[in-house]
Design a protein around this ligand. Structure first.
Ligand code: GLU
Length: 410
């Protein structure tokens, strides 16, 4: 099932619970604007290379469009649209004053030199700068993009519109970035995992975890969960996986991956495959890489009792039904990984106030928002006897729907 079909099916399940009219469903699901551009650059060897870039602005009834930019070979219009809708529900779930958007370029950034990546990013902004702005649409990092790319976006946009740090978040600290933004998604995932265990009357200390993905989100999730006493037994990335039944030494693994570019070959564990990791015997399973990881086939073999979705869209709706039947608790992406966009919001606030917060403030405000959002979803799920994902969609869609109605359409 495509990402877009999945996103729509989850929407429909919640919309049925809410008795949303067909017209309202259509209005809430249809993106406001879809932009697809050609991005041509000169490669270092003098050849011309052409890429396709997207920015899909899904909804801005609650505030400016907000969402990351993904540089990945599998980026396409459907995927970007699905991710843009997820951003709309996500910003509503954590109740920050933004709508939802997503963008990206179909490219493998690892195959480009730094100079080529800079030209690609700047050229993309040349093509779309008119639809961006601190009160219009604010990009951020996602898979395959980082603070350096955000710096180029900030500077390129400012060439057209005057100095404007608030047009993009996830910037480097030296260029109006926020402390705590880089760690934010992983920190949020760890807060949500801790709270889930707490609500289930379990202790994080000694809880066993397997983590798929060791990029920005996965590595910070591992760091914080390890610090709170969880045992990370397995970690995998795009090149391989590593397992230690007594718990991996996470600080050593972080140092190793910094040196070697991946977890493969880490001496403190034995090699495992991705499928072995996903079906391993652990308390908590955390997908923190790309979408579409849990298919119907794999869902039957998952042995964890709790899944915490750090990635966007890791679970196919068919797999989700299997998890429900098998009483595996799924804590949904639009809640779990909302720490990133929440600290993006803090960065945007700091940029507009020309005032910097310290790390304690960022972390404590993040904690407050994540816990309040968790509580809202948990309570809704418990009261209505529905899965947490449906509860999160009901809360998110409800907020966007009410804002849409109050705004009027003329
Ligand atoms: N790309 C991140 C996400 O999927 C962050 C978006 C943002 O900070 O705007 O939530």
């Amino acid at each position: 099932m495509s990402n877009l079909e999945s996103a729509q099916r989850y929407f429909d399940v919640a919309a049925d619970h809410m008795n949303l009219s067909a017209n309202m469903r259509k209005m809430l699901l249809t993106p406001e604007r879809e932009v697809k551009v050609q991005v041509a650059i000169e490669r270092d060897n003098g050849e011309i290379a052409t890429y396709i870039g997207y920015r899909i602005q899904h909804d801005n009834h609650r505030g400016a469009f907000k969402g990351g930019l993904r540089f990945h070979p599998e980026v396409d219009g459907d995927e970007v649209q699905a991710l843009a809708t997820l951003m709309t529900w996500k910003t509503a779930v954590v109740d920050i004053p933004f709508g939802g958007a997503k963008g990206g370029i179909k490219v493998n950034p690892k195959e480009l030199s730094s100079g080529e990546l800079e030209r690609l990013t700047r050229k993309f902004i040349d093509q779309i700068h008119d639809i961006l702005g601190p009160d219009k649409d604010i990009p951020a990092p996602d898979v395959g993009t980082d603070a350096q790319i955000m710096a180029w976006i900030y500077k390129q946009y400012s060439k057209f519109h005057g100095d404007c740090p608030g047009v993009v978040t996830g910037k480097p600290l030296e260029l109006h970035g926020s402390v705590g933004r880089e760690e934010a998604t992983g920190r949020g995932v760890s807060i949500i995992t801790n709270e889930t265990l707490h609500r289930l009357h379990k202790h994080v200390k000694g809880t066993t975890v397997a983590l798929q993905g060791f990029g920005n989100v996965g590595s910070f999730t591992a760091k914080f969960l390890h610090e709170s006493g969880a045992k990370i037994l397995g970690v995998s990335d795009a090149f391989g996986g590593i397992w230690n039944k007594d718990g991996l030494d996470i600080p050593a693994l972080l140092a190793y991956t910094n040196q070697n570019g991946g977890v493969r070959g880490f001496p403190g564990g034995q090699a495992i495959t991705n499928v072995e990791l996903l079906t391993s015997e652990v308390d908590v399973l955390i997908p923190a890489a790309l979408g579409g990881v849990f298919t119907r086939e794999i869902a039957e073999h998952v042995r964890a009792k709790i899944i915490v979705e750090a990635a966007n869209g890791p679970t196919d709706p068919d797999a989700d039904e299997i998890f429900e039947r098998r009483e595996i608790l799924v804590v949904p992406d639009i809640l779990t990984n909302a720490g990133g966009v929440t600290v993006s919001y803090f960065e945007w606030v700091q940029n507009s106030q020309h005032f910097q917060w310290d790390l304690d403030r960022v972390r404590s405000e993040l904690q407050k928002i994540m816990l309040a959002s968790f509580d809202r979803i948990w309570t809704t799920a418990t009261e209505k006897k529905i899965p947490m994902r449906t509860a999160a969609y009901i809360v998110g869609i409800g907020r966007v729907g009410r804002a849409t109605q109050i705004s009027g359409i003329s």
